[in-house]
Design a protein around this ligand. Structure first.
Ligand code: CTP
Length: 501
C-alpha cells in the first residue's frame, strides 16, 4: 500500500519527469542531520540507500525505522566512528573490518555504514572481491532497482532522490527487476533469487519476465548459498500476508525442487478409474494463506505448510474407497525432525510443537463429522493441552473446497466442536490435566518401588477420567487406585489423605 502523499508525489514526478523528487521532509530520524553535518564538514559524500528508501516510498516514514543503510564515498567505518562521537550518548558500534562495514545501534534502529564499492564475484562463492567506487558503482551492485534508490545527505542537494535505474517507476508498476543484466546479478549472488521472490511475495509485486527466466536459468547456483540464509528467506516468505504466492514462484522457477523436495513432491493429481485426488501442493498453499489471515505465528504457519507433507508417501488407490492417505499425520510428524535438521531450523520445542500439530491435525475434523462423544472431546483437550486453540486454527484453515457452501457447512460443524470443548473444559478442567494422584502417591500407598504396576495404575486412573467413567477429583481417583491395586494383587501399606478435597 503506497502512502497517499508520497503516491501523489510519485505521480507528479512522472508527469514532470525533469524534476527531481526531494524527500528531505521525510528524513525524521536524528541520525540524518548528524550525517549531513559530517558530510558537509568532512566533505564525504553520504547517502541513505536500499530498504529504507524503498519502504519510505511505499509506506511513508516511521519515526523509528528498523534499518538504515548509509553509503559514503570514502570509508564507511571512519564515518561510523565520527557519527558515534557526534551522537553524544553511549551507542554500541560494531566494526566488521573484513567487510569494510560498521553498524551503530541507536535505540531500536540499526544504522549500517559502508564505503561505496564495485564488486566482482568468483564462481564458487557469494563473497565478492571489492574495490572502492562511486555512488553509481555502488547502485550498480545492488540486487533490485527498487533497492538501488538513494537519497542524498549532502549540503547542495540534501533530500534529493537518486534513481538511475527507474526504481520509482518500478515501485509504481509493482515490478521486481535488476539494475544490471539479471543473469549476472543472480549468478554473482544467488541468494538474490530468493530475495526477489521474498520481495514479490511481501510487497505483492510481479517479477519481470526476463528476471524470472534468469532465476530459472541460474536456479542450481542456489547450491553455493548457506542453508541458514535459505531458511531465513523461507521464513520471511512464510511470514508474508499471502505466503502461498512465494511458494508458487519458488516452484515456477525450479527452486522449490532443489530447496524443498518434500513440498515439491506434493504437486500434481493422479487419476484412477476417473477418480482424482486434490493437488496437495495447491491445497497446502491454500491452507497456508488461510492460516496467515488468522495468525502471525511463524511455527503455526510452518505446521500449516507441513500438515500433509506425508501424503505423497502414503497415497494409495483402493478400489472400494478411492484415494487414501492412511496415517499421513503420523508419518508426517515423523518426517519433521529430518526436514528441520536439513533446513537448520530449531530442533527444540518449536519443532516439537509443529510435530504435535501435524500429528493431531485430523482429530478435530473427525469430531466435526461424527457424533461427538464427551470422551473423544476430552481426549482431544488432553492430547492438545495448551496448543488446543492453535490446533483448532490449523484445522479451520484446512477446510478448503471450491464449493463455498461446503466450506460454510464444515465451519458450522466446527463451531459445534468448539462449543463442546468449551462446555467440557468448564466442567472437567482437562487442559494441562495432572491426574489427582501421582506415581509417588501410588508407591506410598502400596509400599512399592517405581515399577510397572505404578504406571499401569496411573494410566488406568487417567483413562477412566478421560472416558468419563469417574470425575476428575481426588476422592474418585483414590477409589479407582485402590480397585486397580487390588486387581493387581497389591495390598494397602499406608492410607492416602489430602488436606483439602
Ligand atoms: N543487497 C543486495 N544484495 C543482497 C543483500 C542486500 O544488493 N544479497 C542490498 C540492497 O540494496 C538492499 C541493501 O543491500 O536494499 C540492504 O540489505 P538488507 O538490509 O538485507 O535488505 P533490505 O533491502 O533493507 O530489506 P529488508 O530489511 O526488508 O530485508
Amino acid at each position: 500500500m503506497i502512502h497517499n502523499a508520497l503516491l501523489l508525489r510519485i505521480r507528479l514526478y512522472f508527469c514532470c519527469s525533469f524534476s527531481i523528487m526531494n524527500l528531505s521532509k521525510h528524513l525524521h530520524h536524528k541520525v540524518f542531520q548528524i550525517i549531513a553535518a559530517l558530510a558537509a564538514k568532512e566533505q564525504i559524500p553520504s547517502y541513505v540507500i536500499g530498504g529504507f528508501v524503498r519502504d519510505l516510498l511505499l509506506e511513508g516514514a516511521g519515526n523509528t525505522p528498523k534499518d538504515i543503510d548509509i553509503v559514503v564515498v570514502g570509508s564507511g567505518i571512519e564515518m561510523a566512528e565520527k557519527v558515534k562521537q557526534a551522537i553524544g550518548e553511549e551507542v554500541p558500534l560494531s566494526i566488521f573490518r573484513n567487510f569494510g562495514t560498521a553498524m551503530i545501534k541507536w535505540g531500536d534502529t540499526e544504522i549500517e555504514f559502508v564505503g561505496a564499492r564495485k564488486e566482482s564475484y568468483r564462481r564458487d562463492s557469494r563473497k565478492p572481491l571489492v574495490e572502492n567506487g562511486s555512488l553509481e558503482d555502488d547502485q550498480n551492485r545492488r540486487d533490485f532497482t527498487i533497492n538501488a534508490l538513494a537519497i542524498s545527505l549532502n549540503p547542495n542537494d540534501f533530500g534529493d532522490l537518486l534513481d538511475p535505474f527507474g526504481g520509482v517507476k518500478h515501485l509504481e508498476e509493482k515490478l521486481i527487476t535488476t539494475p544490471l543484466e539479471p543473469g549476472s546479478t543472480f549468478s554473482d549472488d544467488p541468494l538474490r533469487m530468493l530475495r526477489g521472490i521474498r520481495f514479490a511475495t511481501r510487497l505483492g509485486f510481479t517479477i519481470e519476465a526476463g528476471t524470472l527466466d534468469a532465476i530459472h536459468e541460474h536456479r542450481q547456483r542456489i547450491g553455493i548459498v548457506s542453508q541458514e540464509r535459505i531458511s531465513d528467506e523461507l521464513n520471511k516468505i512464510i511470514e508474508a500476508k499471502q505466503p502461498g504466492k512465494g511458494f508458487l514462484l519458488l516452484d515456477q522457477t525450479g527452486l522449490l525442487e532443489i530447496i524443498f523436495p518434500e513440498l515439491h513432491q506434493m504437486k500434481g493429481v493422479e487419476e484412477v478409474n476417473t477418480m482424482l485426488h486434490k493437488d496437495n501442493f495447491l491445497h497446502t498453499l491454500e491452507v497456508l494463506d488461510n492460516i496467515a489471515l488468522k495468525t502471525d505465528d511463524l511455527w503455526l504457519r510452518w505446521a500449516a505448510l507441513l500438515h500433509d507433507i506425508a501424503k505423497p508417501r502414503t497415497r494409495k488407490f483402493e478400489p472400494d474407497t478411492g484415494w487414501t492417505f492412511h496415517a499421513h499425520e503420523f508419518i508426517g510428524a515423523k518426517m519433521i525432525p529430518g526436514i528441520f535438521r536439513r533446513m537448520k531450523l530449531p530442533l527444540n520445542e518449536k519443532m516439537r510443537y509443529v510435530q504435535k500439530l501435524v500429528q493431531l491435525h485430523l482429530r478435530p475434523i473427525v469430531l466435526s463429522q461424527d457424533i461427538v462423544t464427551d470422551a473423544a472431546v476430552r481426549r482431544l483437550i488432553y492430547d492438545a493441552g495448551e496448543d488446543l486453540e492453535d490446533l483448532m486454527t490449523l484445522c479451520e484453515a484446512d477446510i478448503t473446497s471450491k464449493n463455498p457452501r461446503t466450506v460454510k457447512r464444515h465451519l458450522r460443524n466446527f463451531q459445534v466442536v468448539r462449543e463442546k470443548i468449551h462446555e467440557l473444559e468448564e466442567r472437567d478442567s482437562i487442559r494441562n490435566f495432572q491426574p489427582p494422584i501421582s506415581g509417588d502417591d501410588i508407591q506410598k500407598v502400596f509400599g512399592i518401588p517405581p515399577s510397572r504396576p505404578v504406571g499401569l495404575i496411573k494410566n488406568a486412573i487417567k483413562e477412566a477420567i478421560l472416558d468419563g467413567e469417574i470425575p476428575n477429583n481426588f476422592v474418585a481417583a483414590r477409589q479407582r487406585m485402590l480397585e486397580e491395586g487390588k486387581a493387581l494383587g497389591l495390598t494397602v501399606h499406608q492410607e492416602l489423605k489430602r488436606e483439602k478435597e
